[in-house]
Design a protein around this ligand. Structure first.
Ligand code: SAH
Length: 401
């Protein structure tokens, strides 16, 4: 195999993460760039001694200068390479694909599936893709073609309207990139529950698919039947639908997005539940929780599924204060013996740190808190062992006295 025309030569002592198969090459690890690679071009990653370490795509505009595609010098990065990686990701979800109760799940989880920067979610007959890096953006047409070949969808929608694209020097984009557009009232199933999903206008790619297993775990009938539930950060009713199906008492749903709550109510009704006592409250969660505390209102279960609070390492401390405040408020609203299901999707807040934050909130609230289950992202969002950054969603199901 000929050497590529361009290479990233690493500084002395900076080879180890690459040898250990971490897929990112930070600008600070690079001693010099040899050749003249264009943004998105393939480059070899070599040690200071010239030894081949990996093959990556390159972006001079990003702090992550290289994202590794292969560690084998003989691997050619051609269309066959991309096709095989896509096929491997599909194979990993074969059990889900056979499950008629669930038609919406993640097919490709970027780095964790060996395809840095590419996210593909399946919503029944439609695929939604996110191109998070320049290397992927440049190959979009080819990748869309391969996805269409492998999966024969009705349409492929791109939802690259995410702010991380700016770090790659890319503008945001959303639109139909292949086939036909989805109907505005497209329905998918998740564990037998029916969700209407807005693939072009909703958050992320439409649903928070990473919470699928946790919705089941938290909303078991013996936890929720007949209970009063406060579903904070409700979005389009993910947890509410499961709780309704398990015979929950009144559910109070809070979200800052009116559009999300409108769809949440429609989804609960569409899934077959008549629930005249449920409430849908559009507002800031912190304010509503403080109001309930002042009113001395109590619940049997509180679900906290906030958006990402920490967007950078510098933001972690502030995020920790936000999580603590939120959990402290929730603990104050629970009846003795009630349940708290609390989550963080900030990758920078480790599971360990998150547990410590909830510990701090429990001490300040003066409540005894027992963890009864540790929760994680669903298995279609795999965590690559050599890439701990792919573990981002963590949660605790707690009994509160
Ligand atoms: N639990 C949901 C997903 C929640 S995502 C599910 O299972 O599908 C986070 C939600 O928090 C989003 O819907 C967003 O609109 C909402 N949100 C963000 N900031 C908020 C705030 N300050 N107060 C209330 N809701 C907020």
């Amino acid at each position: 195999m000929d050497k590529l025309a361009a290479s990233l030569v690493l500084k002395k002592g900076r080879e180890k993460p690459v040898v250990n198969r971490h897929p990112w090459i930070f600008s600070g690890a690079i001693e010099r760039v040899e050749g003249r690679p264009e943004p998105g071009d393939l480059v070899d990653v070599v040690g200071k001694d010239g030894r081949f370490l990996a093959r990556a795509y390159y972006n001079p505009h990003s702090q992550i200068r290289g994202r590794i595609l292969a560690w084998d010098a003989d691997e050619t990065i051609d269309e066959t390479f991309w096709r095989q990686k896509i096929e491997r990701a599909i194979t990993g979800r074969a059990a889900l694909a056979l499950e008629p109760a669930t038609t919406a799940y993640r097919l490709i989880n970027a780095e964790a599936d060996g395809l840095p920067g590419l996210v593909v979610d399946k919503y029944g007959d439609f695929l939604v893709i996110q191109c998070l890096t320049l290397g992927i953006d440049r190959r979009k047409e080819m990748l869309v073609g391969l996805l269409a070949d492998s999966l024969n969808p009705a349409g492929i929608i791109e939802r690259s309207d995410v702010s991380v694209r700016a770090q790659e020097g890319l503008p945001e984009f959303k639109g139909l990139v292949w086939g036909e557009p989805p109907p505005s009232d497209w329905i998918v199933r998740e564990n037998g529950r029916q969700f209407g999903v807005d693939l072009l206008g909703g958050h992320k790619t439409g649903l928070y698919l990473d919470q699928r297993e946790n919705r089941t775990a938290v909303c078991r009938p013996h936890f929720v039947a007949g209970k009063e539930i406060l579903n904070v950060f409700a979005y389009t009713g993910g947890f509410a639908l499961y709780a309704a199906a398990s015979g929950a008492g009144p559910i109070v749903n809070i979200d800052s997005s009116m559009a999300a709550l409108t769809l949440a109510e429609k989804n609960v009704i569409g899934d077959g539940w008549e629930r005249p006592l449920d409430e849908y409250i559009a507002g800031d969660a912190f304010e509503v929780l403080r109001y309930y505390r002042d009113e001395d209102r109590k619940f049997d279960m509180v679900i906290l599924d906030p958006p990402k609070f920490a967007h950078s390492q510098r933001g972690v401390e502030r995020a920790a204060r936000g999580y603590k405040d939120l959990n402290w408020l929730a603990l104050r609203l629970l009846r003795p013996g009630g349940l708290l299901a609390t989550f963080s999707c900030s990758g920078r807040v480790s599971a360990d740190l998150f547990q410590k934050i909830v510990f701090g909130a429990a001490v300040d609230a003066g409540r005894d808190v027992q963890i009864i289950q540790h929760l994680r992202q669903a298995p279609d969002h795999p965590i690559l062992l050599t890439f701990p950054e792919s573990a981002y969603l963590k949660g605790l199901l707690c009994r509160v006295w």
